[in-house]
Design a protein around this ligand. Sequence first.
Ligand code: AMP
Length: 408
Amino acid sequence: MKKNILILNCGSSSVKYELMDMDNSGIVASGFIERVGMEDAVIHHHYRCGDGYSDIKTSKSIPRHREAIEFIMNLLMDDEIGVIEDIKDIYGIGHRVVHGGEKHIESAYITGEVKQDIKDCIDLAPLHNPHNLTGIEACEKLIPDHHQVAVFDTAFHQTIPRHTYIYALPYEAYSKYGIRKYGFHGTSHQYVASRAAEMLGKPLEKLKIISCHLGNGASACAVKEGKSIDTSMGFTPLSGLVMGTRCGDIDPAVLLYLMNKEAFSAHEMSVIINRHSGLFGISGVSRDFREILEQAKEGHDRSQLAIDIFAYRIKKYIGSYAAAMNGLDVLVFTAGIGENSVELRDMVCSEMEYLGIDLDRKRNEKYTGTEGIISAADSKVTVMTLPTDEEFMIARETLRIIGELKNV
Ligand code: AMP
């Protein structure tokens, strides 16, 4: 039987998908549907065709996630451009689910109970969990006999110790409302940590790794002996590093002060810290790092300031996580900015000799968007760039969970 895994990531008005052939880790087809719920939803489909790949873009009315997933299935099995012959050629479906709360410390086979758990976490991830669940239920209706697995963004961080995840608030905030650090981007941090160990030919269990996922959303993670022991995102994906439009760490009293001064409602304040802050808020130009870099090169002062604050925050987290792990073996840069920005990696790694970080400038310039070691040969800490692959991780987890189920 073919080991094709369909990976689904359902957002409020979008569905991203990838069909991966796990026998040779190859992408068979991938794409995304935007504007789900509209008359003019847009579908971008990329599919294997002969020895290469082809793309199509089309638009049609897609009222709900269910119709979106149905359309994807039909594309995959299409007479002309299809990549599989039968729905049975899909071995299992892996869903990206943002929040699994404290209960889900690893990926889970989807049952009625697991769906209820996802529902119970809606309060903690109102922008994501409802849509993740809609995708699961749509698949249940469309292909009820297929195995489905939930891969949680929070699960990898469930190994963070109690003294790290509890906030210094009255303890009831945790016991009554579950307010604690959960962390996100877990699938990405887990992937890059294990891939880094694989590339270095060293056991993950023997390494102290800091993974910096630097994209529109950004977080750092301390991975000791293969386990997440701290991460910069917290109760929500707002804390920690500076992001495209999110503020990251700030003094919480600033919110109270601004709400008082400007008579902002809680909602207005939330919009400011989530959508009007970060690189965009500081630069006043863009949330896109490339544009900010260009502006800074042309002398735009606030763009340079945004870059300086962004890099400084990352540097501080690296220092604190090296302290938390009592050392550092590997520093990994991933996601859009981390994989591609030579300038940013250079800024973060400069004046870090005390930690044993010695960046090789030529190697740093050589590796953009690809896997590579960018530290000097004798650097105590190995610095790497490593494109993240959350879809592969979800597919691998889906295969593992289905495999375990079949062995029982
Ligand atoms: P992601 O969320 O992982 O897709 O990352 C998006 C971010 O990566 C945006 O801020 C982009 O400007 C940034 N990015 C992508 N390519 C580059 C590049 N070549 N140099 C600098 N930043 C980049």
